[in-house]
Design a protein around this ligand. Structure first.
Ligand SMILES: Cc1cc2nc3c(=O)[nH]c(=O)nc-3n(C[C@H](O)[C@H](O)[C@H](O)COP(=O)(O)O)c2cc1C
Length: 213
């Protein structure tokens, strides 16, 4: 754990997206601690518009259970909601069928392999005013909570991956998890113990992103 500024910078810089997880379940208190830190993110006008639907606190249900009770299993319902809309969008874009099937199969595998999935939502009522700028600020605030969540997970030795798919199926994923109507899905995060070491990534340097004015 970081104990100095240098350590803290190193900690922040070593967070990476993890897409392969060990099947090991996460202790309930670890998930709670990660969420308890996420809610300390900054938010516009301190509205704290983030809401979290936690799928799989008790680990990954066995495959037989998911097949036997697809409608009673939140993970199966979420996978169905997300991949149905993925399939429809790709079909509308004219993607070849084998490509669609491959993408859907990979997505279902990833949903079924993530020990914990957190669907990040925005409470549409948590705004100062119903103006476009306030709504953008609320979405930015939810993104802050997602970043805090990923960093808190990193502090626990967990890996996480931000997934944008719910943005393409907001109503479907809200209904799949039976969430309140005011909860607008924005993204989801897969969490678990890492089962991969990501390779290096293309990283822009400071000169490319800064203009001193
Ligand atoms: C808004 C947003 C959406 C993302 N959506 C996805 C996604 O749908 N699938 C995925 O595998 N990674 C997704 N990522 C993760 C990025 O691919 C990743 O952060 C980026 O490649 C940099 O790698 P790093 O996180 O290891 O530093 C997303 C990240 C952000 C911030």
């Amino acid at each position: 754990m970081p104990t100095s500024a240098d350590d803290f910078h190193a900690f922040l810089r070593t967070r990476r997206s993890i897409r392969r997880f060990k099947p090991d379940p996460l202790a309930d208190e670890v998930v709670t601690r990660v969420l308890a830190t996420a809610i300390h993110a900054p938010s516009a006008h301190n509205t704290q518009p983030w809401r979290f639907a936690v799928v799989g606190r008790n680990g990954i249900p066995p495959k037989e259970e998911r097949i036997a009770n697809p409608l009673h299993n939140t993970r199966t319902r979420l996978a169905h909601a997300l991949t149905s809309s993925m399939r429809a969008d790709m079909t509308a874009e004219g993607a070849p069928e084998p490509e669609i099937e491959k993408r859907v199969a990979t997505s279902i595998r990833r949903i079924n392999e993530a020990p914990v999935i957190i669907l990040l939502c925005r409470d549409v009522t948590a705004v100062r005013e119903h103006k476009r700028e306030d709504e953008i600020m609320a979405i930015q605030s939810v993104a802050n909570a997602a970043t805090y969540l990923l960093l808190a997970a990193h502090a626990e030795g967990l890996g996480g991956n931000w997934i944008c798919w719910p943005l393409y199926a907001q109503e479907e994923s809200r209904q799949a998890l039976d969430l309140p109507e005011t909860w607008e899905p924005q993204a989801m995060v897969f969490l678990g113990y890492p089962n991969e070491t990501p390779g290096s990534k293309a990283q822009k340097n400071l000169e490319q992103v800064i203009k001193t004015v």
